[in-house]
Design a protein around this ligand. Sequence first.
Ligand code: MG
Length: 389
Amino acid sequence: MKYNKIMKKRISILGSTGSIGTQALEVIERLSDKFEIISLTAGRNIDLLNEQIAKFHPKSVCVSADADKVIGCNKVLTGTEGLDEICSNKENDIILVAVSGRIGLEPTITAIKNGINIALANKETLVMAGDIVMPLAKENGVSIVPVDSEHCAIHQCIKDISQVDKLIITASGGPFLNKTVEDMKNATVEQALAHPRWHMGKKITIDSATLMNKGLEVIEAHHLFNMPYDKIEVVVHPQSVVHSAIEYVDGSVIAQLGLPSMHIPIQYAICYPERYEGIKSKSFSFSQIARLDFQEPDFEKFPFLNLAYNAGRTGGTATVALNGADEEAVFAFLKGKIKLYDIYEITEKMYSSHKPILNPTLEEIFAVDKEIREKTKELIYGRVECLSI
Ligand code: MG
């Protein structure tokens, strides 16, 4: 490993102005003697990026547009070519992939091919191409440390994967846990965005309300830990204190606990294998939490869970179709075009009309993703809208 304790760890963040990216920079600011920022990338929030440049002095940045508005950085790159250049830069010890959506996949692959370790906060990378990404990481001796709190928890619990019998992924249940199906059907965008425990981006918050997010996490866990689907269990745990657990073959269950703050898993993933005092250190108290509840998920109220298990077991491009259709439907819901339950109905319809390609190439994955999104938009809008994000 290039990194040692005296040298600063050199890091780039893809998606530095998003929810995970900004929290990662809060962690890095606190650990400024441990990290050096090589590059930051952002979408359209140039004002925030400019603030980040002034504070963290990256050597280069990449934006999707408005490069002329970037101030204070000598090297301003744009688009997918810019992302590719940043992810090919072997100066990086680690890259935090914190962009959301399919845009995270190619840069992650580029970084892996260049032997750069990954802190992964982008679900789509594994949901769409886990069968390509994980073997590639192994081949290149690259570690992929998950930022997603559940997978980060499992990563912390596992010593020897061959001794693990079951993964237990916790789900907060989202804002509709104790509401009726009728309530969900009439939910406004605001209600669906009001997640009781976690502050996250909009797309993932809606996916949390429908439990699609948990479905995607089951697929993510399957790839990360090479665990068959019938050995991955979801349990609802409203307090979000137990972030996930594993059961060993001998019946011992190891769980990881902590306050529901993304700072903890972000810090774990970017510092791994080291641990340092963090933003939430010394604030956990069992007596203040008082109780921890667990219950089985309601598969009827949250049908996405079964659909995700089904897609995962089918494999190939089935998960690509599921993910693409859901993402477009979520965007339509956020724009007020459809109702919350329509997200499921539309996704299910698109998913079941798709004939999966088994062992797809990356090109086939992207082609299926594009096709399913176009079909989904056609179904929702009656035509293909160009501006989906
Ligand atoms: Mg999660």
